[in-house]
Design a binder for this molecule. Structure first.
Ligand code: AMP
Length: 360
């Protein structure tokens, strides 16, 4: 397997906080990073060695970017497949474009999991109000309708609780293709992040529990309080998907736990918000693991060093940053964003969970 040594340049598509934290981890291992972003003040541009400013469909700019980096990765899974395919003519991109093709579409993503024998919520493809009526009949109420593409943080979704909601839900999505899913009465939402190298070596972070507020991740609890058998199922699901997709880099898998079973909800072939705890709470962070995986370095230890909670600082919540600096066992991360708009992820804090420590 080819090793890309320290001193090489890693190109990152996207200039947000995930790119910023990847660039910081890369720098620690002696790599340079070059950010492909849209504006000079984006979080990653503030700290990386080089940047190219351009749109994600500007093939000339993307070619110039490719000439200046040794390998590319991304922080946003919706970079157009054509752009990544264009880049791949010059240099490898992790994840490759064929993976993005699957993970950019919720129908393909869940279909892929099913083909591997993995459980997902029941779902149907929906391309008209009539399709939706049939899907509701087959799935039973309540149903969650989601756009197949570009949904995030609960956006692009509508709940159907009664038959009279059908028409309104379809119209609200403003799309020609959607996925209707049976509502899962889950006990917990968990996620697993797996790293894989080009030679197939893999290592998973332990399952963590994710708690949301208004569709946005609020807290991640590490490790997830789930029985060993459920933990093993979750890790099996994530490693199977990573292997079958032949992903190189990271794959984050969001799952529901329902009656001791794991159902796959969503994939992201990149660092994930639910892995931020690992910067302070594991010997190897998810960002360092990404660098190690794509550069062909040994994969690092993923075990938690202590139980912890990662809390997102969203919008105005970031104003309390000084309180966290005064809190023993708290690690504060701010992303360098100027406007604290509602719903905007401004930073996060990882807090050592002393209560669990005392109980154990
Ligand atoms: P998603 O964008 O698919 O991750 O969905 C956002 C959130 O909506 C999830 O984190 C869940 O809390 C909830 N959700 C999504 N799909 C379902 C489902 N089929 N059943 C119950 N809750 C769901």
């Amino acid at each position: 397997m080819k090793i890309l040594p320290p001193g090489s340049t890693i190109g990152i598509f996207g200039g947000g906080q995930l790119a910023r934290m990847t660039a910081l981890a890369a720098a620690r291992l002696g790599y340079k990073t070059h950010i492909y972003a849209q504006a000079p003040d984006e979080p990653a541009c503030q700290i990386a060695a080089c940047r190219t400013l351009g749109a994600f469909d500007d093939m000339d700019k993307i070619s110039q970017f490719a000439e200046r980096v040794d390998i590319a990765t991304l922080e946003w899974e919706n970079v157009p497949v054509a752009a990544v395919a264009g880049l791949e003519k010059h240099i490898p991109c992790c994840p490759k474009s064929s993976i993005l093709h699957v993970t950019q579409n919720r129908l393909l993503e869940k279909g892929f999991a099913r083909e591997q024998g993995l459980a997902t919520p029941e779902f149907h493809a929906v391309r008209s109000p009539d399709d939706l009526r049939q899907a509701v009949e087959r799935l039973g109420l309540p149903v969650i309708l989601k756009t197949t593409r570009l949904g995030y943080d609960g956006k692009g979704q509508a709940a159907i609780r009664e038959e009279k909601d059908i028409e309104k839900a379809w119209k609200s999505l403003k799309t020609g293709e959607a996925i209707a899913e049976a509502f899962v009465p889950f006990q917990k939402e968990v996620s697993v992040i797996v790293a894989r190298r080009a030679d197939g070596q893999m290592r998973a972070f332990p399952p963590v529990e994710n708690r949301h507020q208004r569709g946005i991740l609020d807290e991640t609890h590490v490790p997830a309080a789930i029985p060993d058998a459920v933990r093993d199922q979750a890790i099996h699901m994530a490693t199977t998907l990573c292997e079958k997709l032949e992903a190189v880099g990271l794959l984050a898998v969001e799952m529901f736990v329902v009656e001791g079973q794991i159902l796959m909800n969503e994939l992201a072939p990149r660092p994930h918000n639910s892995g931020h705890w690992s910067i302070d709470g594991a010997a190897t962070s998810q960002f360092e693991q990404l660098v190690r995986a794509i550069c062909g370095l040994p994969l690092g230890d993923t075990r938690p060093l202590f139980p912890c909670i990662m809390k997102n600082l969203i919008g105005d919540a970031a104003r309390d940053w000084q309180d966290y600096l005064n809190m023993p066992g708290a690690h504060l991360h701010l992303y360098g964003k100027k406007d604290a708009r509602p719903g905007r992820k401004m930073g996060h804090v990882t807090i050592r969970n002393r209560r669990e420590e005392m109980e154990s």
